[in-house]
Design a protein around this ligand. Structure first.
Ligand code: UTP
Length: 227
């Protein structure tokens, strides 16, 4: 059975817009595809984690403390998804990527959040994929594809339907320098590159698109070739 790791952004899971309906649809689709592929899911923090980080920053918190709060929220979000998944999912949220990989098995769906300060859940997805020797990583965000620049600000931004992981790295590190939100955590890209694991960058609110990515089918988003 192929193994797939999915990084679901908090902005996808809990945008605050009929979240239970979306999460139920997501859980049903995941249960369905888990008959064909072995799945691990990492869940991000979204606006809840940003709220906690910003509040802690105003209170004089350190970057480490802000990250710890973010991790706490990602784990709460992971728990929320396990509620929708029911028996097929884990009851305890793994704290480390290695633990998640050990718990993973065909017909089960293991869900987790962050691990430790200094990176995001995208990097955790790559770490799980490395441990599992996964066939692909799916990044389910609220954007439909990777662009060379912010398409809302730059009308000449190029949209990629396919790119190499080196090209993604160039985009990600440019983003990083500008302090913008990254399309995928730079550490996550480095691990995927080293491990030669392909990435599928899709809009996670589009359940059919996400299903196609998980199954390794054609997608509307960006396929990142790591080979
Ligand atoms: P996210 O993975 O959601 O980060 O974790 P993000 O990229 O900021 O969010 P999106 O993708 O734009 O929605 C939320 C926060 O939790 C901390 C970081 O501070 C991160 O910004 N975190 C998360 C860690 O420190 N370590 C982890 O392993 C995961």
């Amino acid at each position: 059975m192929e193994k797939v790791v999915i990084s679901v952004g908090g902005s996808v899971l809990i945008p605050g817009n009929d979240d239970a309906k979306y999460i139920a649809e997501l859980a049903n689709m995941l249960k369905d595809v888990s008959k064909e592929v072995q799945i691990a899911v990492v869940v991000g923090g979204g606006k809840m984690s940003r709220y906690y980080s910003e509040t802690a920053r105003e209170l004089g918190g350190t970057v480490y403390q802000l990250d710890e709060l973010g991790i706490g929220i990602t784990r709460v979000n992971a728990k929320l998804l396990t509620v929708a998944l029911g028996d097929i999912a884990n009851t305890e949220i793994p704290l480390k990527a290695e633990e998640c990989a050990r718990m993973s098995a065909p017909g089960k769906i293991v869900v987790m959040g962050g691990t430790e300060p200094g990176h995001t859940t995208d990097a955790v997805a790559s770490m799980i994929a490395e441990n599992l020797k996964a066939d692909r990583i799916i990044n389910a965000s609220n954007v439909d594809a990777v662009y060379s620049d912010d398409p809302r600000k730059n009308p000449d931004a190029k949209r990629f339907s396919k790119m190499t992981i080196q090209e993604l790295k160039d985009v990600v590190y440019d983003d990083h320098d500008a302090g913008k939100s990254c399309v995928f955590d730079p550490l996550g890209v480095t691990i995927a590159m080293k491990e030669k694991i392909d990435l599928y960058m899709v809009n996670g609110r589009d359940i059919e698109e996400l299903r196609n990515a998980i199954l390794g089918n054609e997608i509307k988003g960006t396929f990142v070739d790591s080979h």
